[in-house]
Write a protein that binds this ligand. Structure first.
Ligand code: NAD
Length: 497
């Protein structure tokens, strides 16, 4: 695959690649080396109106929603197969667009997105509706129906996966979709739309509008003809999404937002090496740009020095490298803005008195790309900025504790509630603390298990609703009750004895 690839940055509306109505564009700049990759359509209100009206027309004439689930399944599976067939191209595109190592773009992002689309396709002809246990002179059917037009807004950290988590259940359930990818990583979403059409998803059913949040995202969230908005991104914008839903047509609003996940290691941890590997590997994976990264590490005081000694031994293995090189595990941050934000947080850690143990600097400056060394701070207190705010970069804050009740209190002392981890050999402690942690997912003696079969989402300001698993269908379907009167001439079963 050549890195001199050419990209089509036009939007995808009603089955066609189109320029923004007013012809405006913006540059997509690669964080790998600063090169301009493509000129992207800068969509605005008129483009959103157009995409929504085509999505509505497609929904109303039932060209997709009216198909039997088994037919939609076939198309979804073909869509997943096409993603895999073009896996190398998509992975290279993702790497150039947002800086993650190509090895993970191919092995994680492409595979997970395809698996997600296949899974919801496979699921849709296996979920049944219900009949309520009412009296015999009535039949009450409880059916699931697609909500209609679904607006989807996603971030840049796992562009294909974040999109797939929403478009797959929404499309499988029969909805029409208008997807707005992040302005920082729009290219793979556009290719996904090309492939969806090729797989047989009819024109108008799946549209992609590119552009900036306030110009393209807000008109979608505010649109009076969008029935549901599914958002993944920051808590700051997520709150605005709920306001926009409320001030327009009370569209259903689902939000997957930020995190500042605690990872608690007790001295009776069953496998210290594994705990160290997981703590370091999970925060530095994807350059720390993961909502569920365990960015607050609480280590019991008596094992902290040993723990950190082992962690430092691993650090050279996370040195940033060229993301296009298949051996690289740590790539570039998504853009200069994000890199500057991360460097500012590192400065705040230093100035508030945390002890820099490793990293802390921009690196590979000569490439023109956006690279930051993986960074560890020791001696962090829970009230420091680097322990309270989501950095969304390769920065680990290490805190110590002596008392179990106190560490649970500190772990929960955050506006977020996405994930949490704990390491102990004591089953009672594990169960008790897992229940006490206010988080959507709790990991015990591991931090990296993940599967499309389990729900993903947060407590508190980490958002409303769950992606993944069969629960995701709840977001993209309305529950309808249909009462049917039964005037049966036969009151009782007549059985010949
Ligand atoms: P962001 O909130 O800045 O942007 C997310 C999306 O919203 C982008 O497409 C952006 O263009 C759009 N947007 C921005 N302003 C908008 C507005 N006024 N109206 C409508 N849309 C608008 O977030 P980001 O920087 O792209 O992503 C990082 C954030 O995403 C982090 O907080 C991270 O934790 C979160 N995230 C959460 C999950 C999860 O599942 N909980 C997963 C991945 C990322």
């Amino acid at each position: 695959m050549s890195i001199d690839m050419k990209f089509d940055g036009r939007a995808f509306i009603n089955g066609e690649r189109v320029h923004a109505r007013d012809g405006q564009t913006f540059d997509s700049v690669s964080p790998v080396d600063g090169r301009v990759l493509a000129s992207i359509a800068r969509c605005g209100q008129a483009d959103i109106d157009s995409a929504v009206s085509f999505a509505r027309a497609a929904f109303d004439d039932a060209r997709w929603s009216g198909l039997a689930p088994a037919q939609r399944k076939k198309v979804m599976i073909k869509f997943a197969d096409l993603l895999l067939a073009l896996g190398d191209e998509l992975a290279m595109t993702e790497t150039l667009d947002m800086g993650k190592p190509v090895k993970y773009a191919r092995g994680v992002d492409v595979n997970s997105a395809a698996n997600c689309i296949r899974w919801y396709g496979e699921a849709v002809d296996k979920v049944y509706d219900e009949i309520a246990p009412t009296s015999r002179n009535a039949l009450a059917l409880i059916t699931r129906e697609p909500v209609g037009v679904v607006g989807v807004i996603v971030p840049w950290n796992y562009p294909m996966i974040m999109a797939a988590w929403k478009i797959a259940p929404a499309l499988a359930a029969g909805n029409s979709v208008v997807l707005k990818p992040s302005e920082k990583s729009p290219l793979t979403a556009l290719r996904m739309a090309d492939l969806a059409l090729q797989a047989g998803i009819p024109a108008g059913v799946f549209n992609v509008v590119t552009g900036y949040g306030p110009e393209a995202g807000s008109p979608l969230a505010l649109h009076m003809d969008v029935d549901c908005i599914a958002f993944t991104g920051s808590t700051r914008v997520g709150k605005q999404i709920h306001v926009m839903a409320g001030q327009s047509n009370l569209k259903r609003a689902w939000t997957e937002l930020g995190g500042k996940s605690p990872n608690i290691v007790f001295a009776d941890c069953p496998d210290l090496d594994r705990a160290v590997q997981a703590a370091v590997g999970s925060i530095f994976f994807n350059q720390g740009e993961s909502c569920n990264a365990p960015s607050r590490l609480f280590v019991e005081e008596k094992i902290k020095d040993k723990f950190l000694e082992k962690a430092l031994v691993l650090m050279p293995g996370y040195a940033p490298g060229n993301p296009l090189d298949k051996a690289t595990v740590m790539g570039a941050l998504v853009d200069k803005t994000q890199m500057d934000t991360v460097l500012r947080y590192i400065e705040s850690g230093k100035s508030e008195g945390a002890r820099l143990l490793s990293g802390g600097e921009r690196t590979m400056v000569e490439t023109g790309g956006c690279y930051v060394q993986p960074t560890i701070f020791d001696g962090v207190r829970n009230d420091m900025t680097i322990a309270r705010e989501e950095i969304f970069g390769p920065v680990l804050s290490v805190l110590s504790f002596t008392d179990a009740a106190d560490v649970v209190r500190q772990a929960n002392q955050t506006i977020y509630g996405l994930q949490a981890g704990l390491w102990t050999s004591d089953l009672n402690k594990a169960h008790g603390i897992a229940r006490a942690l206010r988080a959507g997912t709790v990991h015990v003696n591991q931090y990296d298990e993940d599967d499309i079969t389990v729900p993903f989402g947060g407590f508190k300001q980490s958002g409303v609703g769950r992606d993944k698993s069969l629960h995701a269908f709840d977001k993209y379907t309305e529950t309808k009750t249909t009462w049917i009167r039964i005037d049966s001439p036969i009151r009782q079963a007549s059985v010949e004895r």
